[in-house]
Design a binder for this molecule. Sequence first.
Ligand SMILES: *Cc1c(COP(=O)(O)O)cnc(C)c1O
Ligand code: SF4
Length: 333
Amino acid sequence: MSLIQSDQPEKWQQSLADLITDPKELLDFLQLDSQLIKLGCVASAQFPLRVPRLFAERMEKGNRHDPLLRQVWPDLAEQTLDPARSQDPLQEARFNPIPGLLHKYQGRVLLTATPNCAIHCRYCFRRHFDYKSNTPGREHWREALDYVAQDSSINEVILSGGDPLVASDSYLKWLLSALDAIPHISSLRIHTRLPIVIPERISHELRQFFNTLNSQLIIVVHCNHANELDNQVKSTLRMLARDGHLLLNQSVLLREVNDDLASLVALSRALFASRVLPYYLHLPDAVVGTGHFDVSEAEGMHLIEELQDSLPGYLVPTLVREEPGKPGKTRLA
Ligand SMILES: *Cc1c(COP(=O)(O)O)cnc(C)c1O
Ligand code: SF4
């Protein structure tokens, strides 16, 4: 019987195979006027709609301005062409010494572990990134692993993507174990939205594997709004914290999603209730097609000042912007 079961996709894999990809289906599910479709479909052709059902269930029915919907809805505004916006605003192509590896900052390298994401976030700065050519197969990871092994100034490896937790257990075990075995690596960091958007991904088996790692595991979830943290997500995150991993959040400051004091306070409090500390609050990057999410630096700074008056220091994220050629993220407040 166990043999048969092992051939079955796990529950999270079924959820991943059953995403909402049709704008009309999402509108129907949310009981929204299907006339809105006209405003959506063009953008979806370039960067397809992708929404896990568990995430859609947290959206408010009948509210076309829902902050979770806004993060995933292919809006007509994405078609706005602005010559000041780039397809590679961080000039990452320059810091790509070997496929799949970015070495921009001292002491840490970033591996683009998988091309895919469970959710497509419309503001994503990687939406134009050429993942396919940048995601080596196992045989090609040898080069990246050698690079890390040969540079003892690197003590942290960051798995990013795409979303690394979209990969299978066997692939993750292979890659993380290989990195964990490098003597100068003391932390492994995973940037992922999966614990938020498909919490079933944090299976018993994956947790058991995480617990075998010698390195400190840091899980950075990407959560932009308190409504993303329902009870299932909260208990999943608490479990990971009880396992001894460090849980941090990074969010993007997004127009009409979380660009007001009440939303940011609620987000920090909900994260804390899930044993997650706020880490970075990013100003949106100047990527083609995302101008409708822009919040200015001045507005960002003002919001941080207000947050400092409302919350303990450990619940105030650091406002950052990424600029090409800098030795780290630029801290604004
Ligand atoms: C953001 C980022 C990091 C990590 O920076 P921290 O300040 O340590 O969170 C590392 N490498 C790249 C390429 C990055 O974009
Ligand atoms: S999960 Fe992350 S990488 Fe994927 S679309 Fe969203 S923001 Fe971009």
